[in-house]
Design a protein around this ligand. Structure first.
Ligand SMILES: [Zn+2]
Ligand SMILES: [Zn+2]
Length: 355
C-alpha cells in the first residue's frame, strides 16, 4: 500500500507528470518527477582526474605553439583571440539565394568565427581561475562584441564556451568561441520574439519579472551577487541546466558597468565551482551569452543572460541523452528543476580540489 501522506488526488508538480512552459522559446518540456524515485542500478564512478601541465607542447592553443594551417601563437599572457583557422562561417561568402517554390530554399550566410583563449595556462578551467583573470575574459568579450557587432554584415554575435570531451570539445585548454553571422540564428530569434511581445504587454522585460518572482520563491536559486543571479530555470530541460541573469535589464554586455562586469566574472566562477563539486569532476557544458542582435535595432525587451547546458545526469560518466521521445516528440526530464537547484545550492562554495 502507498504510504504517501500528500493528497495524491490533487495535481501538484512534485509528484505528477506535467508539461512546463518555457516563456523564452515558447516551447514546452515534459517533467516526470515520479520517475526520479526509481532505483538507479547503473555504475556511479568518477573519471580519472588527469593532471594537465601548465604548458602542453602539442596544444594548438598554448602560447608559442604552431596551429594547424601553419600560424603560430604569440607568447601571450592572459587572454588571446584569433580568427578560427577552420571557420564555419566566412566573411567573403558571396550574396545570393535559391528559392524553388518554397521547397528548395537556401540563403547565403556571411560570418566570422573566432577562438578566445581564456588563459595562457593550459591546466586551468574557469572555476580554477581567479575572478581577476575571468574579468579579463569578460573584457575580451566586450571588445570583440563591440568590434564584430559593428560590422555591416554582422547582425548577431554568439559568444559561447564548449567544455569537456563529452561535449565534443577537442581541446582542454581553457577557451571559448565567437560565431557571428549575418542572420539572427534560430534560438535568439525565438527569444527576440517572446521578449519583445512580453515587453510590449508588460512594460518590463520578461526576465526582470521572472527574476523578481524567482528571488521571492527562492526554490530554484543557486548563487547570486549584486549584479547577477544563477538559477535553474523553471523550464530547464537538461538535468542541471542553469541560467545566469543580470539583475539590471541590459541588452548586451557593453551596457554593464565596471562592477557588473566583475560581477559576471564572479558568478561565472561561483556557478562553475558548484558544477565541478557536484560529481567532483571537471564538469562539461555548453554555455553562452544571449544578447540583443547587432543589426542596429533597439531591443528594449532583450535582457542579457547566459545559458549553461550540461549533459551529466548522475555521475561524472552518466550523461543524459536526448533520444527517442525527445527527438521525436518533446524533451523530457525526471529530476525536477527544484531538486536540481537544491542539490547545486547546497554544495560547498570552495572548489573540491582546494578542500
Ligand atoms: Zn594549451
Ligand atoms: Zn536565451
Amino acid at each position: 500500500m502507498h504510504s504517501i501522506s500528500r493528497n495524491m488526488n490533487k495535481f501538484n508538480i512534485e509528484d505528477f507528470p506535467h508539461k512546463r512552459y518555457n516563456p523564452l522559446t515558447g516551447e514546452w518540456i515534459l517533467v516526470s518527477p515520479h520517475r526520479a524515485k526509481r532505483p538507479w542500478q547503473g555504475q556511479v564512478e568518477k573519471t580519472a582526474q588527469e593532471e594537465r601541465p601548465a604548458y602542453d607542447p602539442g596544444c594548438y592553443l598554448c602560447p608559442g605553439n604552431e596551429r594547424a594551417g601553419g600560424k603560430r601563437n604569440p607568447n601571450y599572457k592572459g587572454t588571446y583571440v584569433f580568427t578560427n583557422d577552420f571557420s564555419a562561417l566566412l566573411s567573403d561568402t558571396p550574396d545570393g539565394n535559391i528559392d524553388e517554390g518554397g521547397l528548395f530554399m537556401a540563403n547565403s550566410e556571411k560570418g566570422i568565427c573566432k577562438v578566445l583563449c581564456f588563459s595562457e595556462n593550459h591546466s586551468l578551467t574557469v572555476p580554477e581561475m581567479s575572478v581577476t583573470e575571468i574579468r579579463k575574459v569578460v573584457d575580451l568579450w566586450c571588445i570583440e562584441f563591440q568590434e564584430i557587432g559593428s560590422r555591416d554584415f554582422i547582425n548577431y554575435v554568439q559568444i559561447f564556451e564548449n567544455k569537456g570531451a563529452i561535449m565534443g570539445c577537442s581541446n582542454p585548454h581553457p577557451h571559448g568561441q565567437i560565431w557571428a553571422s549575418s542572420s539572427v540564428p534560430v534560438e535568439p530569434t525565438k527569444e527576440s520574439f517572446t521578449q519583445k511581445t512580453y515587453f510590449e504587454q508588460h512594460g518590463a522585460t520578461l526576465l526582470s519579472d521572472y527574476l523578481q518572482a524567482e528571488l521571492k520563491k527562492q526554490e530554484r536559486l543557486i548563487v547570486q551577487n549584486d549584479s547577477f543571479v544563477a538559477l535553474v530555470p523553471f523550464w530547464a530541460t537538461w538535468p542541471f541546466e542553469t541560467m545566469i541573469i543580470s539583475q539590471r535589464p541590459v541588452q548586451n554586455i557593453l551596457e554593464l558597468n565596471d562592477s557588473e562586469k566583475t560581477g559576471l566574472a564572479d558568478i561565472y566562477k561561483k556557478l562553475t565551482i558548484k558544477y565541478d563539486n557536484l560529481f567532483e569532476t571537471s564538469f562539461a557544458y555548453s554555455a553562452g551569452l544571449h544578447q540583443a542582435p547587432t543589426d542596429g535595432g533597439d531591443y528594449p525587451g532583450w535582457h542579457l543572460h547566459m545559458h549553461f547546458y550540461p549533459p551529466l545526469l548522475r555521475s561524472a560518466t552518466v550523461k543524459k541523452f536526448m533520444v527517442g521521445y525527445e527527438m521525436l516528440a518533446t524533451p523530457q526530464r525526471d529530476i525536477t528543476a527544484e531538486q536540481a537547484a537544491k542539490r547545486l545550492r547546497e554544495l560547498p562554495d570552495i572548489h573540491y580540489k582546494n578542500k
